[in-house]
Design a binder for this molecule. Structure first.
Ligand SMILES: C[S@@+](CC[C@H](N)C(=O)[O-])C[C@H]1O[C@@H](n2cnc3c(N)ncnc32)[C@H](O)[C@@H]1O
Length: 199
C-alpha cells in the first residue's frame, strides 16, 4: 500500500516537473527529476552531525530533499529554497516538517534567518542554463553565507566537469559521475577553505 502511494506520488511529481519545464525551461534546466541514485550521491556528501543549517537550493519535486532526510539530517536543520510556487506548494505538502522558502537563490543571504550558520549547501540549480550574471550572483551568495569548513554540493551535466562553477575561497574535495540519471551527471563537492568575512 505504502509502496503504491510512493509510486503514485513519484508519477504525479514527474508530471508536475514536465509542466514546469515547458513553462520555464531555463529555470528548470533538466529534462527529468533527479534519479534516486543521483539524490543519494548528493546526500552522501552532507555532514549529518553538524548543528548548522543544511540549505537545499532548487528543491523541485523533492527527490534530493527526500535523500537528505533519509541520510539522517534532522528535518529542523534542513531549509529548502525554491523559486517556483508550484514546487514550493508540493514540497510543503510532502515535507511538512521541513522549512521551505519561496525565493531566489541569488538573494540567499536575505532569505536565511538572521545569524544563521550554514554547514552545507546542496544545489540542483541549473547554473549552466541560468543567465551568467544570475549564476555569478548565486555563487557570490554561497561565499557570503557558507561557514568556514562548510561545503557546497552541486551537480552538473557537464560530465568532464571542465566548466565547473567553483566558488572563490572553496577547494574541490570530491567528484564522481552518476550514470544512473537522465542524463548522467557529475556530482562536485567543494569545501570552504578560507575564513568567511562578515555578512
Ligand atoms: C534541475 S531542477 C530541480 C531538481 C530537483 N532536485 C528535482 O529533482 O526535482 C532545478 C530547480 O531549481 C529551481 N530554480 C531555478 N532557479 C532558481 C533560483 N534562482 N532560485 C531558487 N530556485 C531556482 C527550479 O524551479 C527547479 O525546481
Amino acid at each position: 500500500m505504502l509502496q503504491l502511494m510512493a509510486q503514485r506520488m513519484r508519477r504525479s511529481a514527474t508530471w508536475m516537473f514536465a509542466q514546469e519545464l515547458l513553462d520555464k525551461p531555463r529555470a528548470v534546466g533538466a529534462v527529468w527529476p533527479s534519479s534516486q541514485a543521483l539524490a543519494r550521491r548528493m546526500a552522501a556528501q552532507v555532514p549529518v552531525d553538524g548543528t548548522g543549517w543544511v540549505v537545499e537550493l532548487g528543491g523541485g519535486t523533492g527527490a534530493i530533499t527526500e535523500a537528505i532526510l533519509a541520510r539522517g539530517v534532522l528535518p529542523e536543520r534542513l531549509l529548502v529554497v525554491e523559486r517556483s510556487g508550484v514546487f514550493v506548494r508540493h514540497l510543503r505538502q510532502r515535507f511538512p516538517a521541513v522549512r521551505v522558502l519561496q525565493g531566489d537563490a541569488a538573494k540567499l543571504a536575505q532569505l536565511l534567518p538572521a545569524g544563521a550558520r550554514v554547514d552545507a549547501i546542496v544545489s540542483s540549480l541549473p547554473l549552466r542554463s541560468l543567465p551568467a550574471p544570475e549564476a555569478g550572483e548565486i555563487l557570490a551568495q554561497w561565499v557570503r553565507v557558507c561557514a568556514t569548513g562548510g561545503i557546497v554540493i552541486q551537480f552538473t551535466y557537464d560530465l568532464p566537469g571542465l566548466r565547473r562553477h567553483q566558488p572563490p575561497g572553496f577547494r574541490p574535495c570530491a567528484s564522481s559521475i552518476v550514470w544512473h540519471n537522465l542524463p548522467p551527471a557529475r556530482v562536485l563537492t567543494f569545501a570552504r577553505s578560507e575564513a568567511r568575512s562578515n555578512r
